[in-house]
Write a protein that binds this ligand. Structure first.
Ligand SMILES: Cc1cc2nc3c(=O)[nH]c(=O)nc-3n(C[C@H](O)[C@H](O)[C@H](O)COP(=O)(O)OP(=O)(O)OC[C@H]3O[C@@H](n4cnc5c(N)ncnc54)[C@H](O)[C@@H]3O)c2cc1C
Length: 479
């Protein structure tokens, strides 16, 4: 059982690393103790996106009632969950075969370090016997994370649930639900349940929804306004002080001393790295105070040759970041440390009542970093395609440096923002910066052409002032 690389965990960080190494000719083993595909496939991105597509369709179809479509529609939550289960099972059932076809050796069981080069794989986490023993000079830990519990509102899988329970256990729609936490998971699942007919409240402890440095406040304000219009109750600067089970549901006391009873509570207050049972001290891998595996910019842990990717180490806890990490870690593990992680290159996408996608720096963060940011803007209300689709709420922001024209980042709120962001991401990575967006031949009518409309006044200004040669974007690949 000697390999060039062992990967622990088969979520996006793990499978991407295993496949990339196998493509490079390495002999690779991957170990998975649970359902292949990790959080992303089984309880995260894929099932969520499947359900949110239906939720969005309900809104779109009803908005076009009287505009060429007749009658209104509504969702069947139980059938939607069954549809979601079929989609996920279909992908999952093909997953191990796909990995094996690419030459990756798939091992089922709990991985535990014996030392810095050997990993035992056992059917149960606490098996005394080591079972299979795999060895390799390089190991990548990609064991992910699990939902964080709230101290006074612990999940029971029934009335008080996490996103995991939502995806695995919930079979019916509650009449009323409190989403504790207005981060990405909270706003996505809140919209989903609202569209299927639940009365939803979001309680967010900070002063805005999606309170993340990479999301501009304008995007948070727009989604909050839409939630209020739809009838989703948004409470900010508030959290739970106590929760008690009653026959009619969970009775919640809030920090502003108000009280209410909900049929169910969804706790979505973040995720915690998963390292239990790995026996990391045996390999010399250290954790930080929050339980994340400590890594350097090459994603190598405190133990030489052992790397960590995805949610288990500090950084953005998204599949997008895990996929980025995997490429970085595999290159470094197989060829020596040469590539550094850079999350400014990795987009984030939130799919809710509005799709929100962002990459790189916001205007505020660009200012903090010492740039003189200028924000080129366009609104989808002026987009022919959006008007034709009756879906025109949202905007594009392209953040660039006023002096040099360097691309710094941007945000797109609106239809298919998660697809449109690929273009902005490519522009950020291109040495041509704003010119990358200017010189594309766009299809028309399209949403992406609004990127050119946004930057047009700025490129014109650069041309007229004779400053036509931009410096490459700050994230340009190959710099
Ligand atoms: C509801 C929800 C929606 C989300 N939507 C998005 C989205 O739209 N876009 C996005 O980018 N991100 C999204 N995320 C986040 C995304 O799912 C995670 O960031 C991503 O899955 C992390 O990937 P990973 O490879 O680090 O870990 P995971 O996907 O969690 O995979 C880790 C794997 O390791 C296995 N494992 C753990 N310990 C061991 C062990 N000792 N031995 C063997 N195997 C082990 C686990 O069983 C698991 O399969 C969402 C998350 C949730 C909860």
């Amino acid at each position: 059982m000697d390999f060039d690389l062992i990967v622990i965990g088969s979520g996006p960080g793990g499978y991407k690393a295993a496949v990339a190494a196998a493509h490079g000719g390495a002999r690779v083993a991957i170990v998975e103790r649970d359902r292949p595909g990790g959080t992303c496939l089984n309880q995260g991105c894929i099932p969520k996106k499947t359900l949110l597509y239906l939720a969005g369709l309900i809104e779109d179809v009803n908005a076009l009632n009287g505009h060429g479509l007749c009658g209104s529609t509504h969702g069947d939550f139980t059938a939607a969950l069954a549809h979601k289960d079929r989609v996920v099972a279909n992908i999952r059932n093909n997953f191990p075969t796909w990995l094996k076809r690419l030459g990756v050796h798939v091992h089922r069981g709990h991985a535990r370090f014996l030392d810095a080069r050997r990993v035992a794989v056992t059917p149960e986490p606490d098996d005394a016997e080591p079972g299979e023993v795999l060895s390799a000079p390089r190991i990548i830990v990609a064991t992910g994370a699990h939902p964080r519990e709230h101290a006074v509102c612990r999940s029971d899988g029934d009335r008080i649930i996490t996103s995991r329970d939502f995806m695995f256990e919930q079979r019916d729609l509650p009449e009323t639900i409190l989403c504790l936490g207005g981060g990405p998971i909270g706003v996505e699942l809140a919209y989903l349940m609202h569209q299927f007919g639940a009365r939803v409240t979001i309680a967010e402890q900070s002063g805005r929804l999606l309170n993340k440095p990479c999301i501009p406040e304008r995007a948070s304000a727009l989604i909050e306004r839409k939630f209020r219009r739809l009838g989703i109750d948004v409470q900010k600067n508030i959290t739970i002080a106590g929760a008690e089970h009653r026959p009619e549901g969970v009775h919640v006391q809030f920090t502003d001393e108000s009280e209410r009873t909900y049929e169910r509570v969804l706790v979505a207050i973040g995720r915690q790295p998963h390292t239990a049972g790995l026996n990391l001290p045996a390999a010399g891998v250290e954790l930080d105070d929050s339980g994340f595996i400590v890594t350097n910019e090459y994603l190598e842990s405190t133990a030489p040759g052992i790397y960590a990717v995805g949610d288990v180490k500090y950084g953005p806890m998204t599949a997008n970041a895990a996929l980025h990490d995997a490429k970085v870690a595999v290159t470094n593990a197989m060829k020596g440390n040469s590539v550094t992680r850079n999350y400014n290159r990795v987009p984030i996408v939130i799919d809710s009542a509005l799709e929100i996608a962002a990459v790189g720096l916001t205007e505020e963060r660009a200012e903090d970093a010492g740039f003189e940011p200028e924000v080129a803007r366009a609104n989808f209300a002026a987009s022919a395609k959006s008007l034709g689709r009756n879906d025109y709420e949202g905007f594009i922001e392209v953040v660039h440096d006023d002096e040099t024209g360097q691309m710094l980042g941007g945000c797109i709120v609106g239809p298919e923002a998660g697809e449109q962001i690929q273009l902005l991401t490519a522009a950020c990575q291109s040495p041509r910066g704003l010119w990358f967006l200017k010189d594309i031949s766009y299809s028309h009518p399209s949403w992406c052409e609004e990127l050119e409309n946004a930057i047009d006044p700025y490129t014109a200004d650069f041309i007229q002032s004779g400053r036509e040669v931009f410096r490459p974007g700050i994230y340009a690949i190959g710099e």
